[in-house]
Design a protein around this ligand. Structure first.
Ligand code: 2PG
Ligand code: MG
Length: 427
């Protein structure tokens, strides 16, 4: 069996021009493989720690040289000689070396880069695609994408409070067709914005970022773009939002610029109810804030049978908080981000916990990304049925979609695009 021979770490750039971590793992049989970690902007306060240097003279304090040194000086000597195939043992070793509950000593960015590079190296050593290595023989499901085509909140410099407005091509027959339809809607949206003399520059995740009147106007625009592109809203293509509401929550209230007033949890829920009535809105992520647990319970009661309610900041891919959400019945879906927790093993445990309780799991990118495509393979491997990875634009987003197209092609006739059946938690 091949053994880990060397671990190379490099400070590289992400899609926002901030430093991030790349790790190349070399095996003693000559195989080597690389993984690069992403970085969020609207991070949940319970996420594992992304370690940065804080040295203001470099990258405005965002350098990751400490992380690079942790990998070289602490992680490399500890995992050298281990079998890369023993993902569980490697991840356990990384967690023990760190020794903190939040991965704050070595940095979740150090740990994740090594954890993922081990999986990539193993797949390569076995001459298998990553999704098959992780998922085994039962991996025919390519995910329904949630494409963020209009950006607001922390991902854009506009007065739209909600962070993400997504199209969900769940009524199309295959991923290939779903992506074609989505790209057509994206281009149609651009021409609609142009006609209205609105900005067509894009935000962090490739969606357009125009200044609009209020938080509802993006939904009107998306509805129009879907129709104008020749598709049926609510049949071919649905809508989804991620308000990322922790970002505008303070002192128990939701501070919406467009409303010009502060809303209670109940008022926010009523707002969502009216949006669900008016639009084919099928998924709402972080509709309420990360510490508004009771609000989430009410949200679930009121909308849980009609809408996929996705917990992101609330649960941060951590089984401890997922368990709490399950016990309180506070959602029916969980967003999965590798770097919120820091290892592949823990991420898989979170997905298992979510799915075995009948909730859905949505594999997600971060707003700061690289050309790394691990999440595309992971979505297929873990059979989640969903991926959220931005607009059909910007290289770091398109890289994931293109990887999924390759996987669908490789699966050939065996490929299953679940469409609306992916929404098991609201059926
Ligand atoms: C989110 C993510 C990804 P960020 O809130 O879901 O879209 O944003 O990576 O900035 O946390
Ligand atoms: Mg989110």
């Amino acid at each position: 069996m091949a053994k880990i021979e060397d671990v190379l770490a490099l400070e590289i750039l992400d899609s926002r021009g901030n430093p991030t971590v790349e790790v190349t793992l070399k095996l003693d049989n000559g195989v080597f493989a690389t993984a690069k970690v992403p970085s969020g902007a609207s991070t949940g306060e319970r996420e594992a720690l992304e370690l940065r240097d804080g040295d203001k003279k470099r990258y405005q304090g965002k350098g990751v040289l400490k992380v690079i040194n942790n990998i070289k000086d602490i992680i490399k000597p500890a995992i050298k000689g281990m079998e890369p195939f023993d993902q569980r043992a490697i991840d356990k070793k990384l967690i023990e070396l760190d020794g903190t509950g939040t991965k704050s000593k070595l940095g979740a960015n150090a740990i994740l880069a090594v954890s993922l590079a081990a999986a990539h190296a193993s797949a390569k050593a076995l001459n298998m695609p990553l999704y098959k290595y992780i998922g085994g023989i039962d991996t025919p499901v390519v995910p329904v994408p949630l494409l963020n085509v209009l950006n607001g909140g922390k991902h854009a410099d506009t007065n739209v409070d909600f962070q993400e407005y997504m199209i969900v091509p769940a009524g199309l027959p295959s991923l290939k067709e779903a992506l074609r339809a989505s790209a057509e809607v994206y281009h149609t949206l651009k021409s609609i914005l142009k006609e209205k003399s609105l900005a067509t520059s894009v935000g962090d995740e490739g969606g357009f970022a125009p200044d609009l009147k209020n938080n509802e106007e993006p939904l009107q625009l998306l509805f129009k773009a879907i129709e104008k592109a020749g598709y049926k809203p609510g049949k071919d293509i649905y809508l989804a939002i991620d308000p990322a509401s922790s970002e505008f929550y303070s002192n128990g209230k939701y501070n919406l610029k467009d409303e010009g007033r502060k809303l209670s949890s109940e008022q926010m829920i009523s707002l969502y109810e009216s949006l669900v009535k008016a639009y084919p809105l099928i998924s709402i992520e972080d509709g309420l804030a990360e510490n508004d647990w009771n609000g989430w319970v009410l949200l679930k009661e009121r909308l849980g049978s009609k809408v996929q309610l996705v917990a992101d900041d609330l649960t941060v891919t951590n089984t401890k908080y997922i368990q709490k959400a399950l016990e309180m019945d506070a959602a029916n879906s969980v967003l999965i981000k590798l770097n919120q927790i820091g290892t592949l093993t823990e991420t898989m445990e979170s997905i298992r916990m979510v799915r075995s309780n009948g909730w859905t799991a949505v594999i997600s990118h971060r707003s700061g990304e690289t050309d790394d495509t691990t999440i595309a393979d992971l979505a297929v491997a873990a059979n989640t049925g969903f991926i959220k990875t931005g607009a059909p634009a910007r290289g770091e987003r398109v890289a994931k979609y293109n990887r999924l197209l390759e996987i669908e092609y490789e699966l050939g006739k065996r490929a299953v695009y679940p469409g609306m059946q992916a929404f098991v938690s609201i059926q």
